[in-house]
Design a protein around this ligand. Sequence first.
Ligand code: OGA
Ligand code: NI
Length: 360
Amino acid sequence: MSCLRLQDWPEPIVRVQSLSDSGLPVVPDRYIKPPSQRPSLDSASPTESSIPLIDLGGLFGDDANLRASIINRISEACTDWGFFQVVNHGVSPVLMDQMLQVWRQFFHLPIELKQVHANSPRTYEGYGSRLGVEKGAILDWSDYFFLHYLPSSLKDYNKWPALPNSCREVIEEYGKELVKLCTILMKVLSINLGLGEDYLQNMFGGDDIGSCLRVNFYPKCPQPDLTLGLSSHSDPGGMTLLLPDDRVAGLQVRKGDNWVTVKPAKHAFIVNIGDQIQVLSNAIYKSVEHRVIVNSAEERVSLAFFYNPKSDLPIEPAKELVTPDRPALYPPMTFNEYRLYIRTKGPCGKSQMESQKSPR
Ligand code: OGA
Ligand code: NI
């Protein structure tokens, strides 16, 4: 693949928020999905039978039975859904609220102040409005801000928003807390896969893991039945902790042939398995497809914190999970190489995972 293609966007960037603010009554053609991809909004209200809600409180106490039952519920959630919500996770609810609040404020700054951070497909860092560089692609109804938190060599405060004033401090603290929570969940996943508790973390590069934040902003949309806030995709990295707007639903998770709308629980994180854990687990765990629907009444903000392997380590199925009956499904590949796909093509369901399968 030519790196030149990733130097700049193929077309002038239009901020979806500006389109929305202009009050136009219809969605421009660029955002209209083919009928097969459009959401059916009649069945989109959140249902009770959705992804599991797991209280992590007992994980930190000394009741061994309770601990075992929590670990077991996470195991079931990973196999049945690839997604679950967690509460009592140890991250301060005040910090969660502050983080949502500073980002809402950021997106409501005057456009000139946001444009300073306009991003390019070379690193994706900054303020963006599309994923992928295919000319003429149908776009999603959202803007976003993408930044690196780890490794420290990629963390650059100058690339983070300077406003609102408390922004950098809040992001720093939030990142610290979320890395802690991810470390704990990585142990639980390792145990559930029958590996030593530090196995996945070590395969990810130990202390050298990567993490980044994508803040999604979904403006109000005049015709939400024709478009998507974020097209179907699986997350390319290791594991994602999503903090959704608790006032507006929007995330849909694939369950068989259906899309299930997630009802966000107060101060919960939505956890999901990414492609790198699918590879390491030799597909015992699957990174499940998800997408976002928008609506005409309310804008929505969400924070996706991605916990990733060190970018230049080859990731392949754990030797312990490869047997004559279950050969390695994927060849080794670094995360750097892997993520070029979504960065070039944009979100396309699970087509990348499918195309990576070892030939047999
Ligand atoms: C993502 C994502 C879901 C949401 O950013 O990868 O899936 O609800 N976001 O915004
Ligand atoms: Ni995602």
